[in-house]
Design a protein around this ligand. Structure first.
Ligand code: DC
Length: 228
């Protein structure tokens, strides 16, 4: 079975997709991490963000692997653990530019489809239900308002988890900065011409703004059972 979970940054896709993979024994595919890896590789090589051909070349060459550690999934880029390096504010700001390049997307989609051919997958991203796996048995478009998403990200950056601790707070100036970044990234991700963030016609919409993470997970599992 293929489960596609799309939605904007901070909507809770990672938490939900990861939990479903664990509970239901599916492979978890974090496609955002793949675009982050290409972005990191471009920055490390000093490639200009205007040189789309050089970015595409990097996307075709990178070796991206996923592993596990006691803290969860690890991301390995060309043999090096980059789990933390791909989640910096610098990568947050640059990844929208790199992921908007059509040839970069083509290279990533090839890798993503290869994972789907190996067995059951729960994949999260922006174009999973529309481009990567248009025939996915379950498609979810997970949203939340920008304030709720910024709050979750800010809490996460401080090492806490808003999903399990609803009273967790974060530094308000930092939260405001994250909110601005999220709004800018939403705008870029939704307005780009190559595979913009938009729901598949047959996607189930779930708004997680005021839902607990367990309720979202249970709803997706219910949809999976319905699709069997
Ligand atoms: O989910 P995330 O925040 O880790 O994603 C990082 C960036 O990658 C995000 O700005 C949009 C892009 N992305 C994409 O264009 N297509 C995907 N399938 C996944 C992520």
């Amino acid at each position: 079975m293929i489960v596609a979970i799309d939605g904007p940054a901070g909507s809770g896709k990672s938490t939900v997709a990861h939990a479903i993979a664990e509970r239901c024994g599916l492979t978890y595919l974090d496609t955002g991490a793949m675009y982050r890896c290409v972005t990191l590789a471009c920055l490390e090589k000093g490639i200009s963000l205007e040189d789309t051909e050089a970015m595409a070349q990097i996307a075709r060459e990178v070796r991206i692997e996923f592993g596990t550690s006691e803290h969860g999934q690890t991301v390995i880029l060309n043999g090096k653990d980059v789990t933390a390096d791909i989640r910096t504010p610098q990568i947050d700001r640059t990844v929208s530019v790199v992921s908007a390049v059509p040839e970069v997307r083509e290279a990533m989609v090839v890798l993503q489809r290869a994972v789907g051919e190996q067995g059951s997958v729960v994949a999260e991203g922006r174009d999973i239900g529309t481009v990567v796996y248009p025939n996915a048995e379950v498609k979810v478009f997970l949203t939340a308002n920008a304030e709720a998403r910024a709050h979750r990200r800010a809490v996460q950056r401080e090492g806490k988890d808003a999903a399990t601790d609803s009273s967790a707070t974060a530094d308000s100036a930092k939260e405001q900065q994250i909110l601005e970044d999220i709004r800018r990234r939403d705008e870029l991700d939704s307005s780009r011409s190559a595979a913009p963030l938009k729901p598949a016609e047959d996607a189930h919409h779930i708004d997680s703004s005021s839902m607990g993470v367990d309720d979202v997970i249970n709803e997706v599992i219910r949809l999976m059972e319905e699709a069997r």
